[in-house]
Design a protein around this ligand. Sequence first.
Ligand code: SF4
Length: 147
Amino acid sequence: MKKFAISACLLGEKCRYDASDNKDEHLLSQLKDAELIPFCPEDHAFGTPRPTMDLVVTQEGIRALSNKDGEDLSDPILEYAAAFFDTHQALDLLIGKDRSPSCGVCSARLYDEEKQLLSDKEAGLMAKEAKKRHIRCVDAEKFKGFI
Ligand code: SF4
């Protein structure tokens, strides 16, 4: 059986910043034969509900900054990602929620420090860690036909 890591909100967990979910029945109907391993770095690190964050180019590189007070929230996300991938080896695929600054694979928005949009094709911090480890990754909205 194939082993897929997947953003928990896509499975229906109410772990989004506003305690809603992104349940995707169509996607889930295509995953019946796979073992699904859910993850949510933001819920783990900050709880739910929580303030939103954006990816910003800073002097320290691309970081996730709180939209409430500008706090750099990156480290707890990166620590969760490292521990998750250390624990769950031999993943066949990661399916990330598109556009998330944590889970988006090729679809997260990136801003400069003046909040000007630089790109909408970035990897979120968790997806970036997966790519660093050479794990195949896809945005949920691009999954159709990927496997
Ligand atoms: S996109 Fe990622 S961080 Fe955001 S709610 Fe879904 S699983 Fe959690």
